[in-house]
Design a protein around this ligand. Sequence first.
Ligand SMILES: C[S@@+](CC[C@H](N)C(=O)[O-])C[C@H]1O[C@@H](n2cnc3c(N)ncnc32)[C@H](O)[C@@H]1O
Length: 261
Amino acid sequence: MLQIGILTVGSPAKMRVERRLIDLPVNVHGVDLSPPDHTWLPENCTLELDDITRPWTWNKKFDLIHGRYLTGAFTESEFNDVYKQAFDHLVPGGFFEEMEGDIGFYCDDNTLPEDSVLADKNHKAVCFKASQNLGRPLDATEHMATRLEAAGFINIKVRHFHCRYISLEHKLTNFQIQDYKVPIGAWPKHPLYKEAGRIKHQEVKSGIEGWMSFLLTMFAEPKWSTAEVAELLRKYYKDLDAGYHIYQRGRRVWAQRPFDA
Ligand SMILES: C[S@@+](CC[C@H](N)C(=O)[O-])C[C@H]1O[C@@H](n2cnc3c(N)ncnc32)[C@H](O)[C@@H]1O
């Protein structure tokens, strides 16, 4: 049977949920800096602990290399280097795919009040500037396509997708709507989106303390005190639980290594 080799970078959370991989003719290698918080993996999956900004030592080539939510993980030159190494580790004609989100909160139906911390554009700018000071700007969505082109990829396609859970359904059904959303909270009516929103809400609520504390106390100008961050988090938790119809935006890019490269 044809076996497809997949490398997924920055991967533990993804591999945990991919139980369906076990039924597919694929061998999946996952690589991450830190060990997963679970022990079960599909038997056709291998998880390795390594730093993908260092020279890749796999002596095989992959049919697909995939990454998701790596924004903020790398400097610009590290991103360029990861794409170049991905190019070199793909079979001719193989694909690279990446999905990323930006750092804003959006709302289409005015349920989000203008004075909410979630709608505060100045605060978003402060966080973004802190990520620039860190040397790892949270703007991967803006640069993925041009960096892939610079690494030699062709047939680069970009799709704004606003719900990562729905994007798979999108592919399977050839459903041609481009404007998906990653809902935050169980506000959507559709059961699939409602479940996606519940999970995303949990992810944001559990991550926000670490993200804000790290960026604002160490890299903002001026640096915030822990008391200031605690006050900010109080506003976040209140507004995240307020039932506003909020979502985040995402972007998906895929590209091909030329057959003759
Ligand atoms: C935001 S998480 C995304 C996880 C998963 N891809 C998903 O979409 O659920 C980013 C992951 O990238 C990993 N990571 C960051 N820098 C890395 C590096 N230099 N080498 C390998 N993994 C790295 C982190 O440890 C983390 O697990």
